[in-house]
Design a protein around this ligand. Structure first.
Ligand SMILES: Cc1ncc(COP(=O)(O)O)c(C=O)c1O
Length: 252
């Protein structure tokens, strides 16, 4: 592909900044939107603007149908087992907060443990810190070796019968290192510990097959893969519905 052809797909790149053509390097934070996304967005806002799942008139039916089509698309994109596993949020941070709150309220008790790795984004640390302080749980940290990789050999020593969940990034936003999610999941599951994978960077560079990697929760940002600003996603693969009802109530 020619770089010029790609640039033309992104109207934002047509502008000059400080007298030069814009070079945008902040895709890891949020991506520029291509014409196809902007046009769809304009069409939806102009002609199908309505509350989804609430009104019965034509515009609302159209809006609901478009919204639910996206859920089917996301299901296929990450190979989720069912469309009900796909929950829309405003981004990765909101998705992690949703899981930390719902899972924490329902399943975490005083003295239980949560593990995060040393290389997590703030978004995958603070919600767990807050949940642990609310519930009287203990937050443990999986260390990183001097060459920047997760010290998987330390995981066995951290897991105990009180460990409820491990939250780890699929690809580090600071080091760019890919973590062995499947290996981590296998170790955690054999110790009855659930796993949340933060796919904010991973979804962009290697995608995710949630069934193959068997993660319990997978969270990512739609706005980092050219989607609308303030759009993200969370998948909950286990049936937590009885103890964890709010997780199914989408943050719209
Ligand atoms: C690894 C990681 N997790 C979480 C986030 C937060 O994502 P969002 O802006 O969608 O809340 C980011 C954003 O840069 C990230 O890189």
């Amino acid at each position: 592909m020619r770089v010029e052809e790609i640039r033309e797909l992104f109207p934002g790149l047509g502008q000059t900044v400080y007298g030069r053509p814009l070079v945008y390097f902040d895709n890891a934070a949020t991506a520029m939107r291509p014409v196809s996304v902007l046009e769809k967005w304009r069409e939806l806002s102009s002609f199908h603007n309505s509350n989804i799942h609430r009104a019965v008139h034509k515009l609302a039916a159209d809006a609901t149908q478009e919204y639910e089509k996206t859920r089917d698309f996301v299901k296929e994109y990450i190979n989720a087992g069912g469309r009900e596993e796909v929950i829309f949020t405003s981004g990765t941070t909101a998705a992690i907060n949703l899981v930390a709150f719902c899972f924490g309220e329902a399943f975490v008790n005083q003295g239980d443990e949560i593990i995060v790795s040393e290389e997590e984004h703030h978004s995958n640390i603070v919600p767990w810190q807050m949940m642990c302080s609310r519930k009287g749980a203990v937050l443990k940290v999986l260390p990183v070796t001097d060459d920047g990789h997760l010290d998987i050999s330390a995981l066995g020593g951290l897991l105990t019968p009180r460990t409820k969940l491990l939250a780890v990034t699929q690809i580090s936003n600071t080091l760019g290192i890919k973590n062995p999610i499947k290996e981590i999941v296998n170790i955690c599951h054999s110790n009855n510990c659930y796993v949340l994978a933060d796919g904010a960077q991973g979804i962009v560079h290697e995608g995710m097959d949630v069934r193959a990697d068997d993660v319990d929760f997978y969270v990512f940002s739609g706005h980092k893969i050219y989607g609308r600003p303030e759009r993200g996603c969370c998948t909950a693969r286990r049936n937590f519905s009885t103890g964890c009802l709010p997780i199914w109530a989408e943050a719209r």
